[in-house]
Structures are given as structure tokens and as C-alpha cells.
Design a protein around this ligand. Sequence first.
Ligand code: SIN
Length: 332
Amino acid sequence: MSDLNKIVILGTGGTIAGVAGSADQTAGYRSGEISVAELAASVPGIEEAACISTEQICNIGSEDMTPEIWLSLSKRVNELLNSDEVDGIVVTHGTDTMEETAYFLNLTVKSSKPVVITGAMLPATAIGADGPLNLMNAVAAASSDKLAGMGVMCCMGQLLISARYVTKTNSFLCDAFNGRGAGIAGYVENRRVTLYQRPLRGCLSETPFDISGIGKLPSVEILYAYPGMDMRMAEYVLKSLRPSGMVIAGYGDGSMPEQLRELISRNSGGTVFVRASRTGDGIVIHNGEFNDDSFGSVASDNLNPQKARVLLMLALTVTDDPAEIRRMFRVF
Ligand code: SIN
């Protein structure tokens, strides 16, 4: 019997499974074309890194990712990790919304076994495609007991970046991911994992988010602030869509135009507001730019707007009390 760890690779699509018309075409290709089984088979030596099996969850460009797929993916990850036959999971994913899926899994997977998410910036057919090495490194990372209890990791290139911090910060270069101010968790090199830090924020079984019985997540919209924004859009979202939550991608420390503040303070629909920042880094400080306690809002801390939305959606499965949601934004 093999003493290699048993790793299941769950495919969801993306550029890593993308096909272009020629080997030098690196834009305008079709994402989510080849199967995860074909993808794994294209990685030389992967069978020496782990005993792998594959499963296709979906095969889409990650611009079409949905909260419903997050739910089914997370449920499947939990189911697989509950089995003694599985030691770790790799998820292959489009890079465009990988950070949201990674953070969702980080908050909803209830196992300390490694979960690693990876993708590629170049399609599988490209000269120098980055997918095969990314997948090899992700499998090596998922096989390493160093990742036990570390939360979901993103592996891109040789980098390991914690799901809470990983952000796509470049639209087309291979070196597109980093952990912003929080940095990286470690490296994978020659199938060896080297770690430098442990995520301090709660994840995995430390969160109260149990999605096992949930079929639909609370609706949370994101509103982007800009000079001269037309308030009718915000008004429409608030009064007609009546979302359970709204994230404002505000200026600087989560500030927003006076008119928007007034609209929000007249909100009577029970929508919970999170103030985030469109700057891309840094923190939005509780009671900083605003008095959140009296305004009823929640500061996003250092979560970007799209990650603040993920946490707010999950928080709203447990409570709609802004004070309790503020606490969650401090600990997860
Ligand atoms: C996608 O996110 O599916 C397309 C872009 C990529 O994977 O790099």
C-alpha cells in the first residue's frame, strides 16, 4: 500500500482549465474547458507527490461563480474531509474570484486537514502555462501536515497565501496574487513547504458558520463610492431589492458622500451596512471616519469589499445584530 497522502482535487474551471486557439494566445481564450482529470494527468510526476483522485464540481469561468456553488463546494469539501480516506483537498479555480471562494471555505470548512486553492493566469494550451506547476505545488502543500489547522491556503506559483488575505492585484501578469499588508504565509519549493506565519484570525471549526443545512445565503450587495454618484442607484438597491446586507466600497477609511450617509440613515428595511475601502489595502477603523456605534454600521477592518461581503453573508446566517457582527469582523 502507498504511504503517499490521499488528496482529492476538486475542479471548478478557470484559466487553469482554459483552452486558446494557439500556443501564444494568452487573452481571449475559453476558461473552464478541460476537465480536472485531464488537468491532473498533464502534470508530470504528480503521482509521486500524492495519491490523487479528481472530481469535477463545475467547469466555469470564475466570473460565473455563485454563492450556491460556494455552498455545494464547501459541503463536498466537508464531506470528503470527514472520511479517513482523504488527507487533504485541492480546489482548482478561476483566478478572478478565487479570493472570495477561498475565504468562504476558510470560514465554513470544519476540518483541520489541509485545503489549498489554486489556479493559473495562462490557459493550459499556452507556452509556459503556469497551471501545471501551480497544481503540483498545491498538491504538495495539501499533502503537508504543516498546513494542518492553518486555514485555507491559496497556492500560486511558489507562494502560499492565507485565504483571509489573498488578493488578486494584477489583471494579467502571472505574478498576480499577494497577501497585501499581511504578506505571505510561506513557500512551496521542490514539494517542500516552508511556513513563516500562522493566521491569527479565527477560521475552520473556530467559526460559528454551519452551512450544512443552508440552501441559500442572505443577499448582500456591494455599492462602490465615486464622486458624483447617482443616489437613485443606491435608493433602488435599498428600497426595491432590500438586501439583508450592503457593503459600501467607500473612500479611504470607509467614508462616503453625505447624501449616501443620509440615505443609509433613513434606511428602515433592516439592511446591515459594512463600511469597506476601495483603496485595496489598510484598515477601516471602527468609529474612525464614522461613529459606527451610533450610525449602526460595521467597519470592515482590513477585509476588502468583496471579502467583507463574504463575511457579512455568513454573519447574517447567525445574527443581524450589528454589535455581534462587529465582533465577528474583529475575530474572523
Ligand atoms: C477566471 O477567473 O475563470 C478567468 C481568469 C483566470 O482564471 O485567470
